[in-house]
Design a protein around this ligand. Structure first.
Ligand SMILES: *[C@@H]1O[C@H](CO)[C@@H](O)[C@H](O)[C@H]1NC(C)=O
Ligand SMILES: *[C@@H]1O[C@H](CO)[C@@H](O)[C@H](O)[C@H]1NC(C)=O
Length: 415
């Protein structure tokens, strides 16, 4: 009887919580303004937001809350993620559909001035020949190995004046981020040897970084290294202190290769939490090189008062952003790049409440950002990517509320 009552009570609580969430996490319904935006061509990109513009003098530095050029002019990262290099097929997506130069031109035409380009450690360790059919629109790369193809994509982007931030995404070449503890951090040699298919020490992780970045030491539009995606631990076992120390070791080694690179350091708890920076900032041998990075998705926010971001009111959402990372920006302490966020594009899908809160806040603080992702397909099984900004032709932008808001965000803060 006791368990029956308990079960019914528990059930009632779950139903109540579900309904409360459903009431706030509304699917996206096109507004009149979004419909109008979709009917018009995209506004042309602002050439002076690209590092290739004569407005900028390299190198870049971190200064207060901003990334600035050599003359102190702010360079705002308006980035998009182009994934595939860290997945099963070892190659950035779309090279079977479109030449990389065309994809780079499309990214620029959409207004993005920078790309976050992930790789896996397994890519560096095995560096396989890429399957020819994955390069059918890039015949000059057929026969090439993964690192050569990765470098060719970087060069295609920088040739269009697009800045590149290289990102170590995951250890084994697979979609990030599952529950596998072998991929939860930059090293996994503390785990039982039998457990992990791909094993690496911290030193090996750094050596992989050196091998990848060695190709880009003379390419000034490769502006830095995003050291590791979504560091996390089971039951909060990944402390900020541990990660900050490892990030300093890796960052200092890379700065010995090129002291002008920016070193991007994500928060713990899957890149949600940068609150530890206040007590323990990342300090590198070369000053003014640290940019922090936060990820914000609708399902994030578990464990904090108020629950998932999908169901927050704006004041509650902003409170969490400030506590987790935005105190660094609003307080002028350090730049933070919101290097991943995203939502599905089809009407009736998505999460309008999360998106509207996030974009309203990013515009209000004129944030550096990186949308996840440009790709219309996931590498494994060619599954549809509902977050995509491009149609399957890798050429036609999806013009909906997401591009509308990001077009406005790119222009936020301009006078
Ligand atoms: C930036 O500073 C350099 C010298 O440090 C100068 O030659 C250049 O004209 C400046 N650029 C702009 C756009 O002010
Ligand atoms: C970078 O430039 C230096 C000096 O010109 C040269 O010695 C080196 O080989 C170049 N490295 C790469 C990877 O192109």
């Amino acid at each position: 009887m006791f368990f029956l009552v308990l079960g019914v009570l528990l059930g009632a609580v779950i139903v109540y919580a579900y309904k409360a969430e459903a009431a706030l996490s509304a699917p996206w319904i096109p507004t009149a303004a979004a419909r109008l935006f979709a009917q018009r061509p995209l506004p042309p990109p602002l050439d002076d937001t690209f590092l290739s513009s004569p407005r900028y003098t390299l190198p870049l530095r971190a200064r207060g809350r901003d990334i600035v050029d050599a003359n102190g002019t702010r360079f705002k990262l308006a980035s998009v993620n182009w994934y595939g290099g860290s997945d099963e097929l070892f190659v950035p997506g779309g090279l079977d559909v479109r030449h990389r130069d065309d994809i780079a031109r499309t990214i620029r035409a959409m207004g993005f001035n920078s790309v976050r380009l992930p790789y896996s450690d397994e890519l560096v360790m095995s560096n396989p020949v890429i399957l020819p059919h994955l390069l059918s629109a890039n015949s000059d790369l057929v026969g090439g190995r993964a690192l050569d193809v990765f470098a060719a994509v970087v060069e295609a982007l920088t040739a269009q004046g697009i800045a590149v931030v290289v990102n170590n995404h995951i250890t084994s070449a697979t979609w990030c981020c599952g529950a596998d503890p072998c991929d939860a951090g930059w090293a996994n040699d503390h785990l039982p040897a039998m457990l992990c298919r791909v094993r690496q020490t911290e030193e090996e992780w750094i050596q992989h970084w050196e091998k990848v970045m060695a190709r880009f030491v003379n390419n000034s539009l490769v502006i830095g290294a995003d050291l590791r995606n979504e560091v996390r631990g089971v039951w909060g076992t990944m402390t900020w202190e541990r990660w900050a120390t490892a990030a300093e070791r890796a960052g200092n080694r890379l700065l010995r290769m090129n002291p002008d690179w920016l070193i991007f350091v994500g928060g713990t708890e899957s890149q949600n939490d940068l609150s530890g920076v206040a007590r323990r900032p990342v300090v590198l041998d070369v000053p003014n090189r640290v940019v922090y990075s936060a990820h914000v998705y609708s399902w994030s926010g578990w464990g904090s008062m108020g629950g998932r971001y999908a169901k927050r009111t704006y004041p509650s959402f902003v409170q969490s952003m400030r506590k987790n990372w935005a105190y660094l920006v609003e307080g002028g302490v350090a730049p933070v790049w919101v290097g991943e966020f995203g939502a599905p594009g089809k009407p009736g899908q998505g999460d309008a409440n999360y998106w509207q809160n996030l974009l309203r806040y990013l515009k209000a603080i004129d944030a550096d950002f990186g949308y996840w992702a440009i790709n219309p397909r996931k590498p494994k099984d060619n599954e549809e990517e509902t977050y995509s900004l491009l149609e399957d032709d890798w050429a036609t932008p999806v013009l909906d509320y997401r591009m509308k808001d990001m077009t406005e965000l790119i222009r936020a803060g301009r006078r």
